[in-house]
Design a protein around this ligand. Structure first.
Ligand code: CP
Length: 332
């Protein structure tokens, strides 16, 4: 494996092998496997889980890591090609990225969607610009439309919970004070499709999944014996569900238009998850969310703190999942 930027670049057998390796590293740690190796971590956007789980995982494998957060003790990084750099961005990625890569054996990069132009974000414009400058193994720590580390951890979580590989996986839009990127919903639904699940996306009008992402999920589902559909009927979607994966994202109809997005979501405060959503689900149905989550805006306290919720397990699984990725990229 040369890079880990999209779970869908791996076939299903390779993903299952990574999950098995993650479990093996959990049960039989290899504290010197990556001794002498250095993981560079570039965070263009904030993080709690991704930052901490990569550093902890690299330490547990005997390696070291450094963290760069532009603008916080480090120069602000310019990403625009041809920019006249007379503002607050003192360093361009064209120098900054190769320099960081030269210190690292593997580089992790987080670069969220710009949230202005949907096509640019679907094409992963910023992440691709960075990726082209990296001559080392590369890990996507969340880009505009992908979060493969979260997806791998979620696959492991589903396996541990004995959720059938052909079970029903409902990805539901949930409300939030402002538009958030599509990276996690895209990664979650394609992961579930690749796992062979019956994937149903429930979302209000105006929050449709972009065609390119829906096509990708549909193709993965077809190859794995699953399915992919979208609906505005939340109750129908939840019928017989094994999993409800809740996620906030911005209006795709009004992408980059905060005012129109805000007007649309103002009428949608009932898209807040509580136990009533599970009325038609399977009795053992689980609640998933990648975190961070806004309590009592996105999900009720009682559900988040109750037995259906597996959010802490998902977050924990980030560490062994990423240890498996690092091991596969770096260990001899
Ligand atoms: N789920 C996730 O990626 O969390 P952070 O944004 O805190 O890293």
């Amino acid at each position: 494996m040369k890079r880990f930027v999209d779970l869908a670049e791996l076939d299903t057998v390779a993903v299952r092998d990574l999950v098995t390796l993650a479990t093996r590293l959990e049960q039989s740690p290899r504290p010197q496997a990556l001794a002498g190796k250095v993981l560079g971590l570039l965070f263009m956007n904030p993080s709690l889980r991704t930052l901490a789980s990569f550093q902890a995982g690299m330490s547990r494998l005997g390696g070291n890591s450094f963290v760069i957060t532009p603008g916080a003790g480090t120069w602000n990084l310019e990403t625009r090609l041809g920019a006249v750099m007379n503002g607050d961005r003192a360093e361009h990625i064209r120098e900054g990225i190769p320099v960081l890569a030269s210190y690292s054996d593997v580089l992790g990069v987080r670069a969220f969607a710009e949230g202005v132009n949907l096509e640019d974000d679907l094409n992963e414009k910023v992440f691709q610009q960075i990726a082209q400058l990296v001559d080392k193994p590369l890990i996507n720590m969340e880009s505009a439309m992908n979060h493969p580390c979260q997806a791998l951890a979620d696959w492991k979580t589903l396996d541990e919970l004995d959720v059938p590989s052909n079970g029903k996986f409902v990805l539901s839009w949930v409300n939030h004070p402002r538009a958030l990127p599509l990276a996690v919903p895209a990664a979650a639904m394609t992961m579930a499709a690749q796992r062979g699940m019956e994937v149903v996306v429930a979302r209000p009008e105006g929050f449709e999944i972009p065609a390119a992402l829906a096509d990708k999920a549909r193709k993965l589902a077809t190859a794995s014996g699953g399915s992919f559909t979208e609906t505005t009927d939340r109750a129908a979607a939840m019928k017989g569900a094994h999993v409800l994966y809740a996620k906030e994202w911005g209006s795709t109809r009004h992408y980059g238009d905060a005012k129109a997005d805000g007007e649309l979501r103002r009428q949608l405060s009932d898209w807040k998850v509580d136990e009533s959503w599970f009325a038609n689900a399977r009795p053992e149905a689980r609640f998933m969310h990648c975190l961070p989550v806004r309590r009592n805006v996105v999900v009720a306290d009682s559900l988040l703190d109750g037995p259906r919720s597996v959010v802490l397990r998902e977050a924990y699984n980030r560490m062994p999942a990423q240890m498996a990725v690092l091991h596969r990229l770096l260990a001899r």
